[in-house]
Design a protein around this ligand. Structure first.
Ligand SMILES: *[C@@H]1O[C@H](CO)[C@@H](O)[C@H](O)[C@H]1NC(C)=O
Ligand SMILES: *[C@@H]1O[C@H](CO)[C@@H](O)[C@H](O)[C@H]1NC(C)=O
Length: 373
């Protein structure tokens, strides 16, 4: 309900703003990194883009500064405010509805990349963007670049993977990146201005998985499914690029439009468990439709609802789709055995593993390709 009110408010603001300006609008377009897959009708990609206006950065900066002051950031208020503004700048934007996004893609013939018009949040999304005949289609997993026509920003990456082979579905916050979701202030600091740090040992583990999950020369497809807002995509994508270069992949993020920093952090940390589960299950259901024959190692943590999400996906799609579930035990989270028993109802015990940080190094030795978990 809250979302609906905020959404119709943003449409109203946008309409009034455009009418008042009576000028041609100069929008910008962000295209997110996308998975591509083989279907009977050719090579398809699941593409999401966001078309927006940047109305007022100065008042946004004041808001960010106010928020950081409340957090008692200390000496470096100015510098941290600048960092936070840069990271969070998409929150200051206004999604523009009814926009047509023209995509241009390299390396594919007869490509007709088309997206439906943007919705009331400025989002255009399609899981069946036809890429035509691409040069990578016959080889293993590969990438090419995709951008919105006329945009100067760095292009998005399309990650193609053939129908067979293995993959990793991974959470981000507190699974591969220290976010401290269970501690509100720490989470805000880690997200807004602190240099993002990996959970120690995870970059090495993911690098080794990129090797050990390669079967018949097909490298694993890494897909990141996070409950974080889409506005954090540039920050998270650059973190993956610099810290997890061997296991890069598209990031599935939530799209909702909120302008209010305190509300953003409330929604990240708390929020109804059932909604969080439903959201991630729906994203993994999209992935299952793209890669119904692949088999995934699902990696998450106990800080939010990953055990419940992966348990549900296992029950829904079975052991061929979800080959193993690994859950990092987060300090101060709900880690009682009864929780995991309930979450993994119907999942054979040998398919699941709840690990502590001191176990991370030993995870490399597990023969996941050979069906160990
Ligand atoms: C934040 O996360 C790190 C890494 O998991 C952990 O060592 C630390 O204790 C956490 N801090 C808080 C306040 O939760
Ligand atoms: C990814 O990292 C590489 C190497 O650090 C860098 O050269 C490149 O510009 C980065 N790409 C993006 C999109 O951040």
């Amino acid at each position: 309900m809250k979302h609906i009110i905020i959404t119709s408010f943003s449409v109203l603001v946008f309409t009034v703003a455009v009418a008042a300006l009576a000028l041609p609008i100069k929008t910008k377009t962000l295209v997110l990194d996308s998975p591509a897959f083989q279907s009977s009708s050719g090579t398809l990609a699941a593409v999401q883009s966001y078309v927006y206006l940047s109305p007022d950065m100065s008042s946004f900066k004041d808001k960010v500064k106010g928020f950081l002051t409340d957090l008692q950031v200390g000496d470096n208020l100015e510098r941290n405010t600048d960092t936070a503004c840069e990271r969070m700048k998409l929150f200051a934007t206004l999604g523009t509805p009814e926009q047509k996004v023209k995509l241009s893609i390299q390396g594919c013939n007869d490509a007709k990349p088309e997206l439906p018009r943007t919705d009331h949040n400025g989002i255009a999304i399609s899981d069946s963007v036809n890429l035509g005949t691409c040069s990578f289609a016959s080889s293993g997993s590969s990438t090419l670049t995709l951008k919105a026509s006329g945009e100067d920003d760095a292009p998005a990456t399309v990650y193609f993977s053939p129908p067979h082979g293995l993959g990793v579905i991974s959470d981000i916050d507190d699974t591969i990146k220290i976010t401290n979701v269970t501690d509100h202030d720490k989470m805000a600091q880690n997200t807004l201005y602190k240099d993002p740090l990996p959970v120690p040992g995870m970059p090495e583990l993911y690098k080794s998985l990129a090797q050990s999950l390669t079967t018949e020369t097909i490298p694993p497809q890494f897909l990141y499914v996070s409950g974080s807002p889409m506005q954090l995509q540039p920050f998270l994508s650059s973190f993956l690029n610099s810290t997890y270069p061997a296991s890069k992949g598209p990031i599935f993020l939530q799209t909702f439009s909120i302008f209010d920093l305190p509300k953003i952090f409330e929604s990240l940390g708390s929020g109804a468990d059932a909604e969080k589960i439903e959201y991630k299950v729906s994203q993994i259901t999209r992935i299952q439709k793209m890669y119904p024959q692949k088999s995934f190692l699902a990696i998450g943590d106990s800080g939010e609802m990953d055990p419940e999400v992966y348990g549900e996906v296992y029950r829904r799609f079975g052991k061929d789709f979800i080959r193993c579930i690994w859950i990092r035990k987060v300090l101060d989270a709900k880690n009682n055995p009864a929780r995991f028993v309930a979450a993994f109802k119907g999942v054979p015990t040998e398919k699941t593993r709840v690990y502590e940080d001191e176990d991370i190094e030993s995870l490399e030795g597990i023969n996941v390709a050979g069906s160990q978990c």
